[in-house]
Write a protein that binds this ligand. Structure first.
Ligand SMILES: [Zn+2]
Ligand SMILES: [Zn+2]
Ligand SMILES: [Zn+2]
Length: 219
């Protein structure tokens, strides 16, 4: 949400200061294209009354809802702007299978980009081993895992001590983003998780890491 300093920040429509008691409408930064005529209104506050009378209001609301409808992470929630500018959080309707498929493809897409090329350097979060460029590793969600640790964990049977059934207090660093964001669902994609140094990875995300490593080797 735009940072608003009452008595200092200015309304993007009338350019007058937002007062102590003024009702305010504001969005987060949602338009990245600077050439967009609406760009300067993204991440900016408006007087509630100015917003209602604004001749571009309908266009702005439509743009917000259009762009924000695609930015759903693991939360299954999306931000929706009402005609008056008030933003509400709506839960998208989906079956557990649909959620699974959505989160999985989102993870693959975002990790694929980051791991398209071997990393120059890094430290495996599991074994603390310093990695050189020649070694395979996958990074994402604030952790890095070397191919050895990944293979070792995937080889271990799910009922060994290295694994435990997934619970809300063991959020996967990748698909639950480590539980860092209150908005994100804390149920991992996989049914089991394995622990690293202060974080968890679920079996399914580990499998995705394996898939991405393979992809990288082929290309
Ligand atoms: Zn105004
Ligand atoms: Zn390792
Ligand atoms: Zn996961």
């Amino acid at each position: 949400m735009a940072l608003i300093v009452r008595g200092k920040s200015k309304c993007a429509i009338c350019e007058r200061v937002i007062g102590e008691r003024d009702e305010v409408v504001a969005t987060s930064h949602f338009i990245s294209e600077q050439s967009d005529p609406l760009w300067r209104y993204s991440d900016a506050p408006f007087h509630f009354d100015c917003f209602q009378k604004w001749d571009t209001r309908e266009q702005f609301v439509a743009k917000f809802n259009d762009l924000m409808s695609t930015s759903i992470w693991g939360s299954g929630k999306r931000h929706h702007m009402r005609a008056d500018g008030f933003i509400e959080v709506l839960r998208i309707e989906e079956t557990p299978e649909e959620r699974h498929a959505r989160v999985r493809s989102f993870i693959i897409e975002s990790l694929r980009e980051r791991n398209a090329r071997p990393l120059k350097e890094g430290t495996c979060s599991f074994c603390a081993h310093q990695l050189s460029e020649s070694e395979a590793m996958i990074t994402g969600g604030g952790m890095t895992i070397c191919s050895q640790c990944r293979e070792e964990r995937l080889r271990q049977s799910r009922d060994s001590a290295a694994w435990k059934p997934a619970e809300a207090n063991s959020p996967c660093a990748i698909c639950c983003m480590g539980g860092k964001y209150p908005d994100v669902e804390h149920t991992p994609l996989g049914r089991y998780v394995t622990a690293g140094h202060g974080f968890y990875l679920c079996e399914e995300c580990l499998d995705i890491c394996a898939q991405l490593e393979k992809e990288r080797r082929v290309t």
